[in-house]
Design a protein around this ligand. Structure first.
Ligand code: FMN
Length: 216
């Protein structure tokens, strides 16, 4: 059993990466072999519409033919039993790097049938962890939940199942006194960091463990 975490944040030790680590730890406790990839370490692009993955009887049917630093990661993710993605919300959606990764992972697996289908025949469990600077209320008011709902829909369509975990009101800066960001109340951020973030970490851990258990 293999569980893979994919970090779509440029930061390897902050909110998104921490929650992903917890989820992966949870998977490991249940006996999965685990691995984490940081997308910002890699040079790659999104889908280039070559359609090699859709070409009938082609050697790359169902697989992304583009060769770059994402190729090896895609191979491993495609073979994994548990796939846990993580991204901060940037301007109301996931980061560009996560988006490009998803295009390369999802498009080859998605069939242009009516209704849409998936080439995946194995049982896979997936989840997506999002971190947001906004509160849950503000996120909803500004429509940040829309791409989150859409991603869950695509992941369910392609992989058969997917869970979503959102961590709101995250601490963005190491030291709020050093940046110009009057919108944020450092005391409130510190309180959320101390009281809510650990709960989110626990949820991530349980989610990772649960995904592995579901496959037994
Ligand atoms: C370029 C940029 C854009 C952002 N846009 C949003 C946004 O639209 N909504 C939001 O809630 N947070 C936004 N944030 C805050 C991040 O989503 C939040 O701090 C997140 O937890 C950062 O993840 P990290 O700690 O893993 O880097 C933005 C941050 C950056 C750097």
């Amino acid at each position: 059993m293999k569980a893979i975490g994919v970090n779509g944040s440029p930061r390897k030790k902050w909110n998104t990466a921490t929650l992903l680590e917890k989820a992966i730890e949870g998977a490991a406790i249940e006996g999965a072999k685990t691995e984490m990839f940081h997308l910002y370490d890699l040079n790659y692009k999104g889908c280039i519409s070559c359609f090699a993955c859709k070409t009938k009887d082609g050697k790359s049917y169902g697989k992304c033919e583009v060769k770059d630093e994402l190729t090896g990661v895609l191979k491993k993710v495609n073979e994994a039993d548990v796939i846990i993605l993580g991204s901060p919300i940037y301007f109301g959606s996931i980061t560009g790097e996560m988006r490009s990764f998803m295009e390369r992972l999802f498009f080859p697996l998605l069939t242009y049938t009516d209704p849409s289908g998936s080439l995946l025949s194995r049982k896979v469990r997936t989840a997506f962890i999002y971190t947001l600077g906004a509160s849950e209320e503000m996120a909803r008011e500004r429509g940040f939940d829309k791409p989150i709902v859409a991603n869950e829909m695509w992941m369910k369509m392609i992989f058969g199942a997917s869970e979503t975990l959102c961590s709101y009101d995250t601490t963005q800066f190491e030291d709020y006194s050093k940046v110009y960001a009057p919108r944020f109340d450092p005391a409130k951020k510190a309180k959320v960091r101390e009281e809510v973030f650990p709960i989110d970490c626990e949820k991530a851990f349980k989610m990772g463990a649960g995904l592995v258990r579901e496959l037994r």
